[in-house]
Design a protein around this ligand. Structure first.
Ligand SMILES: *Cc1c(COP(=O)(O)O)cnc(C)c1O
Length: 368
């Protein structure tokens, strides 16, 4: 007989916190409707659970990365339509038209192809126009917009209901961001001379929290929704991190002075120490680059240093300061006491990558 093992590591996700964060973003951008960005499995928080939580919160679209995520959203039973934030391959577009999913055009050729598909299905297809104000990932350059405008009479089945752009440095470069917003506003004004546009969107989390963009009426927040401000020292007191990561100790024992720890023997005990092994590793998203960077986990409220290299499934920590510690006890890996920003900085990356790296074998446990 086999028994089910308790998980070695798991993520707890507070769905109420995500609802709360949506409220904070609405307060920061009071003139904007919201397209919550739930791409990459809602930044590792779980696409379906997060989408179901926000579906009835008066939102406009769900921002997803691709058609596969749009499909998952449809199967989740949510009523809010997906908006596909990434470029679509021609062979993916029929499914998009069939389902009335929304996306954007970046070239005249895109527009012509969507026009042909919409005509074939006898539909008026809602589409957005993507403008490249400096991100360089796609979209019409502002001075190419007139080509699309000239082409509009040949696109009778497309309803251009939105115009969008993406800011590359809203959390890093204020001057450049203001200039990109100015370029965007010009494109919006140009387009408005020819057609009515319902949705105007350029703000990610950083811009939603820190910029007032005159014409924008739709925001696309991702990270802030999950409770992390991309702008250091601002808003973190109001946003609530929704995710915490936990793992159990698998081994606890005392090792003598001068004992080496983990691959490469990059750490050596300087005195006899109580050492524990924890059931999480780089395959779960605990970055290997955290080795020897003063990374820490919390056991019974006490900070415990991570020793030596991170292995695929396990890390090794010093629990000498923790009284009464046993195998099976729980370590907080990431959460209120080990902020994702701290972990990201030590790992040499960003909170977005920490969240989206949390592995598939980590069960997500939801509190609503
Ligand atoms: C991912 C993404 C966002 C969300 O960005 P955050 O910085 O997480 O708020 C918004 N817009 C586009 C186009 C994106 O790709």
């Amino acid at each position: 007989m086999y028994t089910t093992s308790p998980p070695r590591a798991w993520a707890e996700i507070d769905l109420q916190a995500i609802r709360h964060n949506l409220g904070i973003i609405k307060k920061a951008s009071p003139t904007c409707a919201i397209m919550p960005v739930v791409k990459a499995s809602a930044y590792g928080h779980g696409l379906e659970a997060v989408a179901r939580t926000l579906d009835s919160e008066g939102i406009t679209y769900f921002g997803v990365a691709n058609v596969g995520e749009a499909r998952r959203l449809k199967l989740s039973g949510c009523r809010t339509k997906p908006y596909i934030l990434g470029a679509t391959f021609p062979e993916e577009r029929e499914e998009l038209v069939e389902n009335d999913w929304c996306s954007f055009v970046s070239t005249i050729e895109d527009a012509q192809h969507f026009q042909a598909l919409a005509a074939q299905y006898g539909k008026k297809l809602k589409m957005h126009i993507s403008i490249d104000v400096g991100m360089g990932r796609g979209g019409f350059l502002p001075n190419q917009l007139h080509e699309l405008i000239d082409h509009l009479p040949k696109l009778p089945n497309l309803i251009f209901e939105g115009i969008g752009a993406h800011l590359p440095a809203a959390d890093e470069d204020h001057e450049a961001t203001l200039e990109q917003i100015r370029l965007f506003e010009e494109s919006v004004a140009t387009l408005r001379q020819s057609i009515d546009i319902k949705w105007i969107h350029i703000a990610n989390s950083a811009a939603s929290l820190a910029y007032q963009i005159p014409s924008a009426n739709l925001a696309r927040p991702g990270l802030a929704l999950y409770g992390i401000s991309p702008i250091e020292s601002q808003w973190n007191d109001q946003l609530k991190p929704a995710l915490s990561l936990h793992a159990r100790l698998t081994v606890v024992r005392t090792l003598p002075e001068n004992h080496t720890i983990s691959y490469g023997s990059t750490f050596r005990t300087s005195h006899a120490s109580k050492i524990a092994t924890v059931g999480i590793g780089y395959a779960d998203g605990y970055f290997r680059s955290l080795a020897n960077k003063n990374a820490r986990v919390i056991v019974h409220g006490i900070s415990c240093p991570v020793l030596g290299r991170v292995t695929m499934d396990q890390i090794i920590i010093d629990v000498s300061e923790v009284p009464n510690v046993y195998p099976g006890d729980i370590a907080e890996i990431l959460g209120l006491n080990v902020p994702v920003t701290e972990l990201a900085e030590k790992a040499g990356t960003i909170p977005w990558e920490i969240f989206t790296s949390i592995g598939a074998r980590i069960p997500r446990i939801y509190q609503s």
